[in-house]
Design a protein. Structure first.
Length: 115
């Protein structure tokens, strides 16, 4: 059974930093596309950052230069380092991993940025 478990969310002041973690079991993240999404209340889920199987990264314009996605293959974990956080970054953040036929998702971790 595949499980993705996020952690690291919390409450932080604007300008602060957090690092989210996504640990996987039942699947190897190495060699798969992984991504972080977020969903704020009343809004659609949006992709924040992706990391391809080859290591290429892509970021939403709103987080470029502030967020970094990375993968530790030894720990089978994906990270999202978030700096210079803004109140508009507040959302539930979800880990996503490429799967067949459907992608795998974590349960989400709440990030709240106070002004």
């Amino acid at each position: 059974q595949v499980q993705l478990v996020e952690s690291g969310g919390g409450l932080v002041h604007a300008g602060g930093s957090l690092r989210l973690s996504c640990g996987a079991s039942g699947i190897r993240l190495n060699g798969r596309r992984v991504a972080w999404y977020r969903q704020a209340p009343g809004k659609q889920r949006e992709v924040v950052a992706t990391l391809s199987s080859s290591g290429a990264t892509n970021y939403a314009d709103s987080v470029k230069g502030r967020f970094t996605i990375s993968r530790d293959s030894n720990k089978n974990t994906v990270y999202l380092s978030m700096n210079s956080l803004k109140p508009e970054d507040s959302a539930v953040y979800y880990c996503n991993c490429q799967g067949l036929p459907d992608d795998y998702w974590g349960q989400g971790t709440q990030v709240t940025v106070s002004s």
